[in-house]
Each structure stands twice: as C-alpha cells, then as structure tokens.
Design a binder for this molecule. Structure first.
Ligand SMILES: NC(=O)c1ccc[n+]([C@@H]2O[C@H](COP(=O)([O-])OP(=O)(O)OC[C@H]3O[C@@H](n4cnc5c(N)ncnc54)[C@H](OP(=O)(O)O)[C@@H]3O)[C@@H](O)[C@H]2O)c1
Length: 242
C-alpha cells in the first residue's frame, strides 16, 4: 500500500492540521495553497511538509502540479480535497463573480484535483479520497447560496465516485464540518459568531484537530469498508444523514 498524501489548502486552517496529522501518522505529505506564500513558507519551515502553489480550480495547473508532486514524492494514494473559500452575500445582491469563484474553488476542484489521480489509484488498486464539504451544504445557510450549492455538490460527487471505484480498493468519503476555529470563521463578524456559537449544543467552535483525526482514520486500512459516507462533525448543531 502506498504512502503519499496530498492536502489541498493544506497550509492554513483545517487543511494544515490534516497535513500535519497525516505526516505524524507516517504518510509522506504535500500541501497545496493558492497565494499566501508567506504563510505557506512558514508552514513548510515549521513542519517540513512541502507546499506547492497553484489554483485548485484550474485543470491545467492541477495536472501539472500533481505530476510534479508524483515526481517529487511518489504516486498519490491519498487525496484530501480541502481547499475552499466563501464569498458571502444575499442572493438578490450576489454577482456572478461571487458565484463562480466559490463554484470553482469548492466544486470544480473536485474534478480538477481528482481526475488526474484516479486512474493511478485504480491501476494500483488502492486509494483514499476525502472531500471536505460543510454543514451549510447539508442545511443551507442564509448569505451562502453559492457556498451551500457548491458544498451540496461535493456530497453528490462523493457518493457517485465512491460507487464507481468501490471494487478498485478506493474509498471516497465526505466530511461536513460545523463551525471550526480557523481564519475562515474569524472573518465572521463577532456578533454573528456569538449567535452561531449559541446554536451549537456543545457550546464551542470545533477544532481543526478534530477534523484531522477523522481524516487520518479514514485513510487507515481499518476504514476500508467505509466509503460513500457523509460524516458530520458539528457539535450536534445539525443532524443529517447525507
Ligand atoms: N472553518 C470552518 O468553520 C469550516 C466549516 C465547514 C467547512 N469548512 C471547509 O473546510 C475547508 C478548509 O476551511 P478553512 O477554514 O481551514 O479555510 P482557511 O483557513 O481559509 O484556509 C483555506 C486554505 O485553502 C487554500 N485555498 C483557497 N483557495 C484555493 C485555491 N483556489 N486553490 C488552492 N488552495 C486554495 C488557502 O490557500 P492560501 O493560504 O494561499 O489562501 C488555504 O491554504 C474549506 O473547504 C471550507 O469550506 C470550513
């Protein structure tokens, strides 16, 4: 069984914690990022994890970037599709750029990142694909028609891909985090954040490490029968089975 993992958006927030945890668990890990080179360089210095810069929504960049990682680190066995952005606004005020940027980074990236690795995984008879969706892809959220639509799309993508590859030793699963303490959530106005926390029965934001632990388990041989699953980690804020 191979040993190389790639985490998109792996230099900050949830992705960084996933990359660090996978590396500590013995996987050779690479992280990608979009443009914050200062953070990426600091991350690589501190962790020893190589960071690669490209837009996860761009097909050509993904094909080239993945080829580079495979040349540097070996065939990719684990892909964590984590990169994501928000461009919030009520739909009646939303412009097409807000819509399409979110679709590109959160949903197109499922195709652009997964398509170049899937054939190799099928040939080798092993792979782990973990897609990071969101509670708001399950329940919908005011101000996030774009994000909710993209993240719901991630769930459908996961279920279809899992079935196509189930007999090839590849598992495909989806994690729907609730509100996790990262830069993305720090961008939410304080008053809004207070009201969000009041709706979380556990009474706090989630931790990136709590997402990373589940990703690491899903990558392990013990999780071979878990595929096509949609897992919520949200402190009981919203209970859904898909
Ligand atoms: N935080 C939450 O509460 C929460 C809840 C539910 C779901 N999620 C999902 O969890 C994932 C991670 O969220 P987070 O809060 O950790 O985000 P974050 O702190 O904002 O970090 C985002 C990471 O994604 C990278 N990225 C953004 N656009 C990219 C692109 N086009 N190509 C490649 N990389 C790109 C960023 O790179 P740069 O550093 O270069 O910008 C950064 O490394 C996202 O999919 C998000 O939707 C988060």
């Amino acid at each position: 069984m191979g040993n190389t993992a790639v985490v998109t958006g792996g230099t900050r927030g949830i992705g960084a914690e996933i990359a660090i945890t996978l590396q500590k668990s013995g996987y050779i890990t690479a992280a990608t990022y979009a443009g914050n080179t200062e953070r990426a360089e600091k991350f690589s210095e501190e962790t020893g994890i190589k960071a690669y810069k490209w837009d996860a929504g761009c097909p050509q960049s993904c094909t080239q970037g993945i080829a580079q990682i495979e040349q540097d680190l070996g065939p990719i066995d684990i892909l964590v599709n984590n990169a994501g952005i928000t461009r919030d606004g009520w739909f009646h005020k939303m412009d097409f750029d807000q819509w399409s940027q979110v679709m590109r980074t959160n949903l197109d990236s499922m195709f652009t990142m997964t398509r170049p690795v899937i054939s190799g995984m099928r040939e080798r008879g092993h792979g782990r694909i973990i897609n990071i969706s969101s509670i708001n892809g399950q329940k919908g959220q005011i101000g996030q028609t774009n994000y909710s639509a993209a993240k719901a799309g991630v769930i459908g993508f996961t279920k279809a891909l899992a079935q196509e590859n189930a007999r090839k030793g590849i598992t495909v699963n989806c994690i729907c985090p609730g509100y996790i303490d990262t830069d993305m959530v720090s961008a939410v106005p304080e008053k809004v954040l207070e009201s969000i926390i009041s709706q979380i029965p556990v009474g706090r934001l989630g931790k990136a490490s709590e997402i990373a632990s589940l990703v690491t388990y899903l990558c392990s041989p013990a999780a071979a029968f878990i595929t096509g699953s949609v897992m919520t980690i949200n402190g009981a804020q919203y209970m859904a089975n898909g």
